[in-house]
Design a protein around this ligand. Structure first.
Ligand code: ATP
Ligand code: MG
Length: 254
């Protein structure tokens, strides 16, 4: 459903994530440092930052996998510690460990059941998402026989099975060839046309630049830049990759 006027779909307010493990020292490891941002309905939002910046940690809080050390996080206006907040979201994890001995359609049936889709709708949705990620030809083959890119696409199909209003995708194009990346990009654009909201992390800055309305750039857990892609490009007078290197403080000079 597309409503008029802005509606906050995802809200992160002064989020802190600190890991305390045996090997992280007495203060632990500060992975996310007072991060604040909001994503509105219908936006495609790129969540960027170098390796270790805190992207997956933030997403893990959004998914309710780890509790925030401090701060509040809500989806559709509902705090994420309430499971209902996650009902209308689809999620693609960074590393997909699927049940390798299931076929794509068996896996999707399993997830469709988890979401409580009625039987008639279930098969319809499975057909639809398999078509979308172009895996119809391989639907009966076990996932362990899939290439890396096919596994990534089955992950995306899984994230879409419940027809979610918000998609949280952790590096959806990782491991994909240029054609695969282009296809994921067109899937994201199609979801946007349907009024869905997409929040995703990526290191493919060229793609991010074409597909995202807004981006956030994180470095060492801190928000360095937040804005519309077109405005940032105008303001910095260079492409997103150069902006990225600038704001994270990278310099090629010795
Ligand atoms: N379970 C954990 N215990 C201790 N430290 C952790 C844990 N998970 C992540 N970290 C640390 O927190 C920081 C942020 O990690 P995170 O995985 O959120 O980064 P990221 O932005 O997703 O990076 P990448 O682009 O490599 O996926 C890193 O320094 C990482 O080593
Ligand atoms: Mg990550």
């Amino acid at each position: 459903m597309v409503t008029s006027g802005p509606e906050t779909i995802l809200s992160i307010d002064k989020l802190v994530v600190r890991y305390r493990a045996r090997d992280t020292g007495p203060n632990g490891k500060l992975a996310v440092d007072r991060l604040t941002l909001e994503v509105q309905r219908g936006e495609v939002f790129g969540f960027l930052g170098p390796n270790g910046a805190g992207k997956t940690s933030t997403m893990n809080v959004l998914l309710g996998f780890i509790p925030p050390t401090a701060g509040t996080v809500s989806l559709f206006g509902v705090p994420v510690d309430r499971p209902i907040a996650r009902q209308r979201i689809g999620y693609l994890p960074e590393l997909t460990y699927y049940y390798r001995f299931l076929s794509a359609e068996e896996l999707l049936r399993f997830y469709a059941r988890i979401f409580g889709l009625p039987a008639e709708l279930r098969e319809q949705r499975i057909d639809m998402v398999l078509k979308l990620v172009e895996l119809e030809h391989a639907r009966k083959k076990t996932i362990r026989t899939y290439s890396r890119g096919m596994q990534q696409r089955v992950g995306l199909a899984q994230a879409l099975i419940n027809d979610p209003d918000l998609l949280i995708l952790d590096e959806p194009t990782s491991g994909l060839d240029p054609i695969g990346r282009m296809k994921v990009r067109s899937i994201i654009q199609r979801l946007k046309q349907e009024g869905k909201t997409v929040f995703f992390s990526s290191h493919e800055l060229g793609e991010v630049e074409t597909v995202c309305d807004r981006v956030a750039i994180l470095s060492q857990g801190e928000l360095k830049t937040l804005g519309r892609v077109d405005e940032l490009v105008r303001q910095y007078e260079c492409d997103l990759e150069k902006i990225f290197l600038k704001v994270i403080g990278y310099s090629s000079e010795p």
